[in-house]
Design a protein around this ligand. Structure first.
Ligand SMILES: Nc1nc2c(ncn2[C@@H]2O[C@H](COP(=O)(O)OP(=O)(O)OP(=O)(O)O)[C@@H](O)[C@H]2O)c(=O)[nH]1
Ligand SMILES: [Mg+2]
Length: 273
């Protein structure tokens, strides 16, 4: 999917109402620190949009990211955050439960499990809940960069066994570090949200789009210049007018500096050793 816009549009805290949104929602659930926010950043190709931390318990609200005004990716707080107080844990649990039960647009819940570890009791509960509610069960095995290929196969088999997955449950290995799995997850999300994976832009379409965007930007620049009562000079011409290209100036400065250094050291820069 080509991401034209990705904005954190709604932040829902423990006392907030669950919002009634206009687009399908895909939520990311899982234990604290499993990589939910990192997955969202990777899918959107935005490094710090969703806040992440090596300390568990970073996401404490339900965050709705509006993508291209067509769908929401929903980042949930993690469960099983050991150092949070019992009361806080219960409040977060209730908030997540309230969201999962009341959202009218929730299309799918992706359950994230760190591929290095055995699924926890909470992971098993979450998986069962997804089945009971009739959601397409999708599991993302995160942090695949941390183990070998052989271990990955063994751990995914163990994951299936512990969760007791149905045949049609998809388990997708993923790494936010290497971005492996990103395409597969997008294809699945597009199929769920729009019925089929969106067509990739062909090279010709991409060039046409870029040319169109350039043309629109230029027209805007002309209109802005006119509004200021100035004559529009395209970038290249403005550059020509000065007669001193920045790159040339920088190169001259660099050369002068180098010559001074060599002079100070009494060396000839062109002499071979
Ligand atoms: N090596 C590696 N590290 C990862 C990966 N995904 C996440 N991490 C790291 O794991 C830590 C937790 O990531 P987050 O994305 O904040 O996890 P979260 O599930 O959103 O955590 P909470 O908000 O606390 O529930 C961060 O230090 C990330 O850099 C991955 O695929 N590979
Ligand atoms: Mg998070």
């Amino acid at each position: 999917m080509i991401i034209r816009s990705a904005d954190l549009e709604i932040v829902c805290g423990i006392t907030s109402e669950i919002p009634d949104t206009d687009y399908p929602e895909i939520a990311f659930a899982g234990k604290s620190n499993v990589g939910k926010s990192s997955l969202i950043n990777t899918l959107l190709n935005r490094k710090g949009l969703a806040r992440t931390s090596s300390q568990p318990g970073k996401t404490q609200t339900i965050n709705f990211y509006n993508i291209n005004q067509t769908m929401y990716l929903v980042d949930l707080p993690g469960y099983g955050y050991a150092t949070a107080s019992v009361e806080i844990k219960a409040q977060w649990g209730k908030m997540i439960e309230r969201y999962l039960h009341t959202s009218k647009q929730l299309l799918a819940v992706f359950l994230l499990i760190d591929v290095r570890h055995e699924p926890s009791d909470n992971d098993c509960l979450m998986y069962q809940w997804m089945l009971e509610q009739g959601y397409s069960p999708v599991i993302i095995a995160t942090k695949m960069d941390k183990i070998s290929r052989g271990e990955l196969d063994r751990n995914i088999a163990r994951m299936r066994k512990v969760l007791g997955t149905k045949e049609d449950t998809v388990i997708l290995p993923f790494s936010a570090q290497t971005k492996q799995g990103t395409e597969e997850i997008w294809r699945l999300m597009e199929t769920l949200a729009f019925g089929a994976p969106l067509e990739e832009e062909t090279r010709a379409q991409q060039q046409a789009r870029i040319a169109h965007e350039k043309q629109v930007a230029e027209q805007k620049a002309i209109a802005d210049a006119q509004a200021r009562g100035e004559e529009y000079a395209p970038k290249k011409e403005r550059w020509k007018k000065t007669g001193h290209p920045v790159a040339k100036k920088t190169a001259q400065k660099h050369q002068a500096k180098k010559a001074a250094k060599h002079k100070a050291l009494g060396k000839n820069p062109n002499k071979r050793k």
